[in-house]
Design a protein around this ligand. Structure first.
Ligand code: ZN
Length: 194
């Protein structure tokens, strides 16, 4: 599991501006997304169900899915310069999140992150599940705020999320403990050098 996003925090990003269709714009700050889901087309009298991607066509029934992309103006950072975008979208297909890439332009690297496709309720569990699905330990920002609802059962899936949230918080705790030791050593050395 990748530990690079433990300190990551959400950023505001206005998705109503700068959408570069199919990654087509070279302009810095423009963004594009990858979304996947079960095909809603018809095949042999039944709903197809094949995994389909935005901007593509179902290879089983030729249905062209319409995905809406980000619905909430937040960007949850990932720490990669290159990702297999469709592979990531497929791993997120059952979650209300999509992969987003912000174009860095000529001078900066592109940035990848996650965005919610729905809202109206606390989706912290889903955000953590998305980080885990892509091989990341969830950011401590979310790990320390997993909400409890009436009727929420401790399923295998939720145990897995809790396990990685614990890993995230323990890791950050250890980093902070080392940071405190370092500060103490620094003070000791400064006093000694008086
Ligand atoms: Zn289909």
């Amino acid at each position: 599991m990748n530990h690079d996003t433990i300190d990551a925090t959400p950023r505001r990003l206005n998705y109503s501006e700068g959408y570069a269709y199919d990654g087509g714009s070279e302009e810095a700050g423009t963004w594009t997304f990858w979304e996947a889901g079960a095909c809603q087309g018809q095949r042999d009298g039944e709903t197809c169900g094949e995994i389909v991607y935005n901007g593509g066509q179902c290879n089983k029934c030729a249905y062209e899915p319409q995905f809406e992309g980000p619905a909430m103006n937040y960007f949850y950072p990932l720490n990669e310069e290159r990702m297999d975008e469709n592979e990531c979208a497929r791993k997120l297909a059952r979650l209300p999140l999509v992969l987003v890439r912000i174009n860095g332009g000529d001078n900066n690297a592109d940035q990848y992150g996650l965005a919610l496709t729905g809202g109206g309720m606390d989706l912290t569990w889903e955000i953590c599940a998305a980080y885990i699905a892509l091989g990341y330990v969830p950011p401590a920002h979310f790990a320390r705020n997993l909400p409890m609802y009436a009727g929420l059962k401790l399923t295998k899936h939720r145990r897995e999320i809790i396990r990685w949230c614990r890993a995230s918080l323990r890791c950050q705790r250890d980093w902070n403990a080392r940071g405190l030791t370092r500060l103490r050593d620094t003070v000791d050395k400064m006093k000694g050098g008086r």
